[in-house]
Design a protein around this ligand. Structure first.
Ligand code: FMN
Length: 182
């Protein structure tokens, strides 16, 4: 395929094309009754500063999808580059993702995986139809930065990556007419 080729939409090709968008890796967690829920996602994103909103999307075939929809508190933990095994653990379908872990809890009661760079905690704000996924929008009520100096785990083109340049490159222009507050 040439650099500029476009193609008809096949599921595999679409997925591969989306993979060019590099993301971080997050673990979303919730406690519903006695059960701790957790899943690895790359679909975490910021939405709104005021009110403070973030989102993630979860496949409808997730074992716990109904429980996720019933959760009253969420936590979202952003993984660092040393946490590939935690990412894989929470990407395994079903099973006990929490066994053997030293589990702490966020202020809102949601369980936390060990060692994240930062966690956000919040409550459900809206759930939207996202085709074969459900889009969860979460109102953030707090966050905690645990490890300011650590580098994030990156997910790109179906593989885990590490940032190989730790110095900041050029940023966007500091002009509100461009950035809408960012
Ligand atoms: C790097 C990475 C990113 C993922 N991102 C998502 C995502 O955004 N949404 C999703 O539904 N599943 C995503 N998954 C797959 C889920 O983690 C996995 O299907 C889920 O944890 C399965 O468990 P469950 O069915 O028991 O909930 C991702 C997996 C990996 C390894």
């Amino acid at each position: 395929m040439s650099d500029s080729a476009s193609t008809v939409l096949s599921e595999r090709g679409f997925r591969d094309a989306l993979g060019f968008f590099a993301t971080g890796v997050a673990i979303i967690t919730a406690q519903v009754g006695d059960e701790k829920l957790g899943a690895t996602v790359s679909s975490f994103n910021s939405v709104s500063l005021n009110p403070p909103l973030v989102l993630f999307s979860l496949t409808r075939t997730s074992f716990g999808i109904d429980k996720w929809k019933a959760a009253s508190a969420f936590a979202i933990s952003i993984l660092d580059e040393e946490q590939i095994s935690i990412s894989n653990r929470f990407a395994r379908a079903g099973g006990n993702k929490w066994s053997g872990l030293d589990v702490r809890h966020a202020g809102n009661g949601a369980p936390l995986p060990p060692g994240a760079i930062v966690h956000f905690e919040g409550r459900p704000y809206a759930v939207y139809d996202g085709g074969d996924h459900e889009i969860f929008v979460c109102e953030v009520t707090g966050y905690h930065i645990h490890h300011l100096k650590r580098q994030p785990l990156v997910f790109y083109s179906g593989k885990y990556r590490h940032l190989d340049r730790h110095d900041a490159d050029q940023g966007p222009p500091l002009d509100n007419s461009w950035l809408h507050g960012w």
